[in-house]
Structures are given as structure tokens and as C-alpha cells.
Design a protein around this ligand. Structure first.
Ligand SMILES: CC(C)(COP(=O)(O)OP(=O)(O)OC[C@H]1O[C@@H](n2cnc3c(N)ncnc32)[C@H](O)[C@@H]1OP(=O)(O)O)[C@@H](O)C(=O)NCCC(=O)NCCS
Length: 290
């Protein structure tokens, strides 16, 4: 199968999407979702959360459609035993993906490799306390946290949280894997890493972590099986298509927003009715990754 856009081996493309843009027409985006996604959306009691779910899933579909050169609504997902989504394709695409959302922000990671997990959190001082650390972090992580100075303590708490969660998400384990069965580097000033795994000690060497700041006040971590050679971080924007948005002379008038979306994917996503992105730069700006 021909793909439009394949991240090189070891490349992680990170895309950030705001879920709370009031100008977004959520009804148009909902048209990209499958029946089961509509069912999940309608299970949210609060309209605000429902809307965020629709925007996040539409963003996921649109983004993967752009990589694959496929209509977003034609994509099918299957789910691992603990809920990790994968593309349900005849032959596995040459990349993996994962997503996370926190409040009004969604982050998507597309990795030129087999397994990727991403987690983001808003840094909330009111949530970070020693009792929660004792409950969720391993003894070694708690000892590391105890050595962090008070100014950096909350940041270290969320660095640890996202590093643990990203690893669990890369494996697809969710909370079926005990949180004290592995240790991560806690101090945000030190390079993130998976330090140890139990009982399978060799497992730790298989993984690389990279933490990043997806937006002010948030922290995120990527976990991949293999080597991270480069990471790019780019915004994904919901835009408002009108006929004047077409690149002159390059596109025929589309019959539906979806055919336009498809044509635009073929034009390497220069413009789109609902989302816009620029192809990630290789090599990328690395400034916000640590
Ligand atoms: C479901 C879980 C994977 C993440 O939950 P979360 O932090 O609430 O949500 P996130 O925003 O990080 O990720 C949600 C997305 O991950 C994906 N996902 C779901 N299950 C997944 C799994 N087992 N593995 C990887 N990705 C998964 C889905 O795409 C989901 O988004 P969608 O349902 O809207 O499509 C799971 O790890 C969990 O319940 N964690 C609880 C958090 C916790 O207690 N952490 C302890 C501190 S380290």
C-alpha cells in the first residue's frame, strides 16, 4: 500500500490540537466519526466533554487519514485488551500512534516504529501531594521525589506521572500493570528514562522516553520501543473552509467536505476544510523537548 507520509524510523511527530475553539463547527466534525464513536460521544453526560471527545476523535481521524492518504471517515480502529486503539488495516501501517487529552488540549504522537505511548497532564499544584505520590509511584520514585527542591516539586510530580503513564500506554497495559513494577527518572532536570522493570528486568532497556511541554502549564511524555532519533511538535488547527481557501488552480471544487479532505491529503495537507497542518520539519526544532 502507498502511504502519503511516513515518518522516518525513530521519528516521532507530535501534534497538538485545542479542543475548545468556540468557532469550531462540531457537527461537521461529527460527520467523520463512526457509529461506535457516536455512541461513546453520547455517553458523556456533559455537552462540553462530548464536544471535546468529538473534536479529538475527528482530529485523530483527519491526521491519520493525512498520513495514509485515506478519507478520515473510512478509517477503522480496533482496540487492544485494555483499550489501546490501533488502525484496523489489512497490512500494518509503517508507523504507530497514540493520543492523550487533558482538559482542552489533545496531543497525538505518530512514531516511525512499532510502539508509542503519549501522556499529557496540566500541571495542577492542588493535585500533587505526597499522599498521591505514595499511592501511585514506586518506592524508588518516591525517594527521588523527596530529594527534589520545593520549587520544582510539582513539576517533578507531573513529570513522573506522565512518564509512567506514557510507558503504560505504549505497552497498551493501562492499569493492568502494577504502578510499582517499574521506575522512571523523576527529576525533570534529568533526561527522562525508564530505570527498571520488574520482574522482567531486560524490558527497561527496550524503551526510550522524551518529555515535552505541549502548551504553557502542561507537561507531556512520549515512550517508544526503540530509539528516538528526532521529535517534531506542530500545531494541528481546526480551520473553516470556504471556497476561497482552495489553492488556486490546484484543486477541483469538491463535492463534499470529505472529498476535499481527501484531495487535500493528496496535496500533503497544505490546506483542509477542517484541519490544517504543515508537514513536520525533519530535522525538527527540539527546543521544547527534554
Ligand atoms: C486509559 C488510560 C490508558 C489513560 O487514561 P487517561 O489518562 O484518562 O487518558 P489519556 O488522555 O492519557 O488517554 C486517553 C486515550 O488513550 C487511548 N487509550 C485508551 N486505552 C489505552 C491503552 N490501554 N493504552 C494506550 N492508549 C490507550 C485512547 O485513544 C484514549 O482516547 P479516546 O478514548 O478519547 O480515544 C489508562 O492508563 C488509565 O486509566 N490511567 C489512569 C490514570 C492513572 O491512574 N495513572 C496513574 C499515575 S501514573
Amino acid at each position: 500500500m502507498a502511504y502519503l507520509w511516513i515518518p522516518p524510523t525513530g521519528q516521532v511527530d507530535v501534534w497538538c490540537l485545542s479542543l475548545d475553539d468556540p468557532a469550531v463547527d462540531v457537527n461537521i466534525l461529527a460527520g467523520l466519526l463512526s457509529t461506535d464513536e457516536h455512541r461513546r460521544a453520547s455517553a458523556f453526560a456533559c455537552g462540553h466533554h462530548q464536544r471535546r471527545f468529538v473534536v479529538a476523535r475527528a482530529g485523530l481521524r483527519w491526521l491519520l487519514g493525512a498520513y495514509l492518504g485515506r478519507r478520515p471517515s473510512a478509517l477503522r480502529f480496533r482496540y487492544g485488551p485494555h483499550g489501546k486503539p490501533e488502525l484496523d488495516e489489512v497490512s500494518a501501517p509503517p508507523f504507530s500512534f497514540n493520543l492523550a487529552h487533558a482538559e482542552g488540549l489533545a496531543v497525538y504522537a505518530v512514531f516511525g516504529g512499532r510502539e508509542v505511548g503519549v501522556d499529557i497532564e496540566r500541571i495542577r499544584p492542588e493535585l500533587a501531594d505526597a499522599a498521591i505520590a505514595t499511592r501511585f509511584f514506586s518506592p524508588l520514585e518516591q525517594r527521588q521525589l523527596a530529594k527534589v527542591d520545593s520549587i520544582h516539586w510539582t513539576e517533578a510530580f507531573f513529570a513522573c506521572w506522565t512518564r509512567k503513564e506514557a510507558y503504560l500506554k505504549a505497552r497498551g497495559d493501562g492499569l493492568s500493570r502494577p504502578l510499582d513494577s517499574f521506575d522512571v527518572v523523576v527529576d525533570p532536570a534529568r533526561p527522562p528514562a525508564l530505570l527498571a522493570t520488574r520482574p522482567d528486568h531486560w524490558e527497561a532497556a527496550r524503551w526510550r522516553l522524551s518529555s515535552f511541554i505541549p502548551a504553557p502549564g502542561f507537561i507531556g511524555t512520549l515512550a517508544v520501543a526503540g530509539v528516538i532519533r528526532n521529535v517534531s511538535c506542530s500545531p494541528l488547527r481546526v480551520t473553516h473552509w470556504s471556497p476561497t481557501d482552495q489553492a488556486p488552480g490546484r484543486l477541483k471544487t469538491p463535492k463534499t467536505t470529505e472529498t476535499l479532505c481527501h484531495s487535500l491529503a493528496a496535496f500533503r495537507c497544505e490546506k483542509s476544510p477542517m484541519f490544517s497542518l504543515r508537514p513536520p520539519a525533519y530535522p525538527p526544532a527540539r527546543a521544547i523537548f527534554f
